[in-house]
Ligand binder design. Structure first.
Ligand code: ATP
Ligand code: MG
Length: 304
């Protein structure tokens, strides 16, 4: 399969899940069990495509790094057990670790709470030439914090700033920051791994029943599940309010891990390709320098 075909496939695959204008977005329009035109017995075809996508990514990342102009920020959000960790592990498996940074954002520390809520994320943005991955992000400030008002109450905000408009204001600020980033050479792509409540239950039970998965199980996750529907409303609102052409959301069906990985892989290939990355070309002075270095290394006769 040539590169053009790979890219054409990627664009076709991701189209139904890419949200760049939130006005008419409804979460219920995307089925967590969707596998596009892949039947279950076509898993190998999906895996083969992803393998090629990952190979392509390695080449794209090499150019991103060499060119040192753009940075790429990939934000992953999801309910527990939706497969964030697996997606990050698989899709990034061909990437040079030197050019990639992963940050996981958990409940904020007291130092983090002493700052504005963007602080901990903005200080960990990827440098030019790198891919940065946020495993959760400032979006939690419109998700878990919205579902649990007691968290907001602990945020040490001046009380007069906490009004009924707070979510609208947070969305406004997030939109502004993401526009700022895109105007400064940070390409932003956001992924919501959309798992169903039923599949989440199955995965929790698997974590309980399989000793090698026990370490992943947390009782707190089961408690959080009671708020599943509230989370879905918060996600829908966040996506509606912050989807943009520069920083689109991908709402990725997540009941089948192989399909989730395929779509995320395709979206990342498409994102990097859109940057038209190329190795830097040298000007006449640098080329002359290279020729002089060659002369010096070979003693002028082409031999070592
Ligand atoms: P896994 O459970 O697979 O290890 P995870 O991303 O769920 O991955 P956890 O250790 O469970 O990792 O911690 C993440 C928790 O931190 C989530 O429940 C999330 O809602 C919470 N969290 C993240 N950001 C914030 C925030 N700004 N305020 C409050 N809670 C937050
Ligand atoms: Mg968790």
């Amino acid at each position: 399969m040539d590169t053009d075909q790979l890219l054409a496939d990627a664009r076709r695959l991701i189209k139904p899940y890419r949200i760049e204008d939130g006005d008419h977005f409804r979460l219920k329009d995307i089925d967590p069990g969707d596998t596009a035109d892949f039947d279950d017995d076509e898993k190998p075809r999906a895996k083969e495509w992803l393998g090629r996508g990952i190979e392509a990514l390695a080449g794209l990342q090499d150019r991103l790094y060499a060119q040192d102009r753009w940075a790429v920020l990939l934000i992953f959000q999801a309910m527990d057990a939706a497969g964030k960790d697996g997606v990050i592990k698989h899709v990034m498996s061909g990437i040079n670790p030197q050019g990639c940074q992963v940050f996981s954002f958990k409940a904020p520390t007291s130092e983090e709470l002493d700052h504005d809520y963007l602080w901990r994320c903005l200080r960990n943005l990827p440098e030019r030439g790198r891919i940065g991955i946020f495993n959760r992000s400032y979006y939690e400030e419109t998700l878990v914090v919205r579902v649990h008002p007691e968290i907001l109450a602990r945020q040490q905000l001046p009380p007069e700033l906490v009004t009924k408009d707070i979510w609208k204001e947070r969305f406004q600020d997030i939109r502004a920051v993401e526009r700022f980033l895109s105007r400064n050479g940070v390409l932003v792509r956001k992924f919501f791994l959309h798992v169903s409540k039923k599949e989440q239950k199955r995965r929790f039970l698997e974590r309980i029943d399989h000793p090698e998965k026990n370490w992943k199980f947390s009782l707190a996750d089961v408690a959080e599940r009671d708020h599943f529907d509230e989370y879905m409303e918060a996600y829908e609102d966040a996506i509606r309010e912050t989807a943009s052409e520069d920083a689109p959301w991908f709402v990725v069906p997540a009941d089948n891990k192989w399909f989730t990985r395929l779509i995320v892989g395709a979206a990342v290939v498409d994102a990097l390709t859109s940057l038209k990355l190329a190795y830097p070309t040298l000007g006449p002075d640098k080329l002359a320098e290279l020729r002089a270095a060659r002369e010096r290394l070979t003693g002028g006769n082409g031999k070592s």
